[in-house]
Write a protein that binds this ligand. Structure first.
Ligand SMILES: [Zn+2]
Length: 369
């Protein structure tokens, strides 16, 4: 019988950065700017001519044909069994979005799950053309970054500058400035990420060379928007419609055969929105799989900490008088939880200096780990 050869081609072609291109299509010959460690980065933001038509809809901050320096767009996180990021067609391009529709239903339902609605909120991001002084030979790179980790800080600097500082012209091809960006590591829960903690402006000594200017990418055209139906299919997988998808996600406990009847949420009287104890911490049930056997939990002390595929039999409703049943050692199948509870979430909404210049809704703190 003919056998299909085992191929590693698909795996080999996946970018090593773990960056699967579901959000932005970076051409093969273009480098991404992606600071990996703390330090000072000297970059020029290279302006580009906003294209006439873009599948990602009009640039919200500039008209077609104008010289501009960024493209704002929105994504949904942790979508589908692969927990991928996808561009929100609604906030980005004014097209229908199955995820936003689902979120609206939850918000209109008096018993709707607020935490899930929050998790599904579109997050603001930006694309920038970057000339990286560290690697001048690499041409104009593309930087895809959360608004809250760079753009917001840049905006603040421009807004609070004196007129004669000229910061507002930072992206001007002739009289622009080199940005000195101090990236610092921030930590929330188990996630760490780099944030532009300081931005300095240095007037360039000469105009940008034509070669660099010509290397700017039409940022609007790089954004990937999935067709409605495709996005809906991907999204619903996670919602338990496809039981097999859920099955794959669930951790299998070594010490018991898969086929034994598992404890379901119904058996324990656990419902969506209930508080439960798991691994010695308090959690809220965000989701229950179709078969009722596993849960998605959000940590009550750190709402960015979400655990999927937690078996119902491993959690307890508080006040069941079985305190010793939960946090035992034998679980051992997921990340250590020690230390997480010590990291408080008091710095949400963009850190200590978050201010009124940012619109409220959907402006949740949006780390880019
Ligand atoms: Zn959306």
């Amino acid at each position: 019988m003919a056998r299909k050869k085992l191929s590693a081609k698909a795996w080999a072609e996946k970018p090593d950065t773990g960056f699967v291109q579901t959000v932005v299509k970076i051409p093969d010959d273009v480098e991404e700017f992606s600071p990996k460690k703390e330090g000072t980065y000297r970059i020029d933001i290279i302006p580009y001519v906003v294209p006439d038509k873009s599948a990602a809809g009009p640039n919200p901050n500039a008209a077609p044909g104008e010289l501009h320096y960024e493209r704002t767009f929105f994504i949904h996180r942790d979508i589908g069994v692969d927990e991928q990021r996808y561009v929100c067609p609604k906030r980005t391009a004014g097209k229908p979005c199955p995820i936003c529709e689902h979120r609206k239903e939850i918000m209109e339902d008096p018993n709707g799950d607020e935490d899930l609605a929050k998790a599904l909120a579109p997050k603001q991001r930006q694309l920038w053309n970057v000339f990286d002084h560290e690697e001048p030979g690499k041409g104009v790179k593309v930087w895809e970054v959360s608004y809250h980790l760079f753009g917001k800080q840049l905006k603040r600097e421009v807004m609070h500058a004196d007129e004669d500082d000229g910061y507002e012209y930072f992206a001007d091809p002739e009289e622009g400035m080199t940005l000195r960006v101090g990236m610092e590591e921030q930590k929330i829960g188990k996630n760490s990420f780099l944030e532009a903690a300081t931005i300095g402006f240095k007037p360039r000594t000469k105009a940008l060379p034509k070669k660099v200017l010509d290397g700017a990418h039409p940022l609007d055209n790089l954004i990937i928007i999935y067709p409605y139906d495709k996005l809906k299919t991907i999204f619903l997988h996670e919602e338990g419609v496809d039981a097999e998808g859920d099955e794959d996600e669930r951790p299998v406990k070594r010490d018991e055969p898969k086929k034994t009847k598992a404890v379901t949420a119904d058996d324990k009287g656990i419902g969506k929105g209930d508080d439960v104890a798991w691994k010695g911490q308090e959690w809220t049930v965000l989701k229950i799989t179709g078969d009722g056997e596993s849960l998605t939990l959000v940590n009550n002390d750190d709402e960015d900490l979400i655990k999927k595929g937690v078996l119902v039999e491993d959690v307890e409703l508080p006040g069941n008088g079985e305190e010793d049943a939960g946090p035992t050692k034998e679980g051992g199948d997921s990340e250590p939880t020690a230390g997480q509870s010590s990291t408080k979430k008091e710095e949400n909404n963009g850190g200590s200096t978050a201010s009124k210049d940012d619109s409220v809704e959907d402006d949740d703190w949006d780390a880019d780990w």
